[in-house]
Write a protein that binds this ligand. Structure first.
Ligand code: GUN
Ligand code: ZN
Length: 430
């Protein structure tokens, strides 16, 4: 493959910003360029320094747009693409009324294939190049998801939900079938190309203790895999969980008892936590995943970013489509800003864009591979247009600093602000 040079304003984060004036946390080139060779970043910086490094390269000029690492979504549900924006329910009713019926359709491989492809195309159109997805309980949904990702050459993580109670026949598995299916899916997909399998017990309410034991065995047998589940999203969910696991000290203790905590464990929502739960998450390096559009839409509650940070809990951010209401990490930041504002907390724009790129890559343990645009990493890139809509263009006239521009992008931006998306250096969207 011939070399490629993408020109534009280039931004990448070197570490977590300390605040809005922390200019040492990022590298920014006003007249910048990224040299892509064999799908990876070969060099990045000022165009004057990059262009001579490959005089025969194809140059794609995105000026005046802003180039940064493709966005990373750390919690999303592929089989919920057709129930996003379903009206009038909080979590448990929403699952029973909309979610489980929608997921039962994924027993049909043709349906799974169609939705998985559309789902990944939507992610790319919104500038997201890596996601950690829940598939349905049907192995065919995982095959559809990873096949669609392979066709598009995407770095994707995901797994089959394990769920053996408190759900309808069409989505219910058993402890043994969930173990067997997960084992064969790991063998088929984990480490194939850019695919990574994530062990996925849906949440304590839909798993018997026997299934939790199977999840524990899977984690023990595959300590290199990610684990994902839901935690303390909704008050009724917490009460129900504690009634099903009466010996548990608290909600997290259910997962702790079955050995599911650790630095590769992603806990979606993690809103209503006790001090003990927070301390246990911090001690194990477990990750609390903030899902702001979902938490507002389902009326779940307000994530305590500052409290979690002060207690040393690792944090990630995600859409949680279809409880979440947008595929866009820009919309997610906007709603995240508002959730934190309701708590009297602040999310500054540098930290926000660090979070959806390098921060989420660090949370996944993948910052050596994606999310930084450092030389040697995979060239998954998003191109942003800060004047994409009339309202953005008008506001952009008065923007003077990079943080101001980033805040405009997150507050007014969505897929219309995605001028292009590149995967391994190939343009795939917009
Ligand atoms: N808890 C268990 N399953 C789900 C789900 O699909 N979405 C959300 N938001 N919470 C859950
Ligand atoms: Zn979820």
């Amino acid at each position: 493959m011939p070399d490629k040079i993408l020109r534009g304003r280039v931004l990448r984060f070197l570490r977590e910003p300390d605040g809005i004036t922390d200019a040492a946390s990022y590298a920014y080139a006003e007249d910048g360029a990224i040299l892509v060779r064999d799908g990876r970043v070969a060099a990045i910086g000022e165009a004057a320094a990059i262009l001579p490094q490959s005089p025969d390269a194809e140059v794609i000029d995105h000026r005046p747009h802003l180039l940064m690492p493709g966005f990373i979504d750390t919690h999303i549900h592929m089989p919920q693409a057709q129930i996003i924006g379903s009206w009038g329910a909080q979590l448990l009713d929403w699952l029973n009324t909309y979610t489980f019926p929608a997921e039962s359709k994924f027993s049909d491989p043709a349906h799974a294939t169609r939705i998985a492809g559309a789902f990944l195309d939507l992610l790319l159109a919104h500038g997201t190049t890596t996601a950690v997805a829940y598939c349905s309980s049907h192995p065919a949904s995982v095959d559809a998801y990873f096949s669609a990702a392979e066709t598009r050459n995407l770095r994707m993580l995901g797994g089959k939900v394990m769920m053996d109670r408190n759900c309808p026949d069409g989505v219910r598995d058993t402890p043994q079938s969930s173990y067997d299916d997960t084992k064969s899916l790991i063998a088929r997909w984990h480490g194939r190309g850019r695919a990574s399998y994530a062990i996925t017990p849906r949440f304590a309410i839909t798993s018997t203790p026997e299934q939790m034991s199977m999840a524990q065995t899977l984690v023990a047998e595959h300590p290199d895999l990610h684990v994902q589940t839901h935690l303390s999203e909704n008050r009724d969910e917490i009460d129900y969980t504690l009634s099903l696991y009466p010996k548990a000290r608290d909600y997290l203790d259910v997962y702790e008892t079955y050995g599911l905590l650790g630095p590769k464990s992603l806990f979606g929502h993690a809103i209503h936590l006790s001090e003990r739960e927070t301390a246990a998450m911090a001690a194990t390096g477990s990750i609390a995943v903030f899902c702001p559009t979902s938490n507002l839409f389902l009326g779940s509650g307000l994530y305590d970013k500052v409290g979690l940070r002060e207690q040393g809990v690792r944090r990630a951010i995600a859409t949680d489509v279809g409880g979440g209401t947008s595929y866009s990490m820009l919309r997610t930041l906007d709603e995240g800003y508002k959730v934190l504002a309701l708590r009297g907390q602040k999310l500054d724009p540098l930290k926000a864009f660090w979070w959806i790129t390098r921060g989420n890559a660090e949370a996944l343990g993948l910052a050596d591979t994606i999310g930084t645009l450092a030389p040697g990493t995979e060239a998954d890139i998003v191109v942003l247009d800060s004047a994409a809509t009339p309202a953005m263009a008008l506001r952009a006239e008065t923007i003077e600093t990079l943080p101001e521009e980033l805040f405009l992008l997150e507050t007014l931006g969505d897929d219309r602000a995605i001028a292009a998306t590149y995967v391994m250096g190939e343009r795939v969207a917009a």
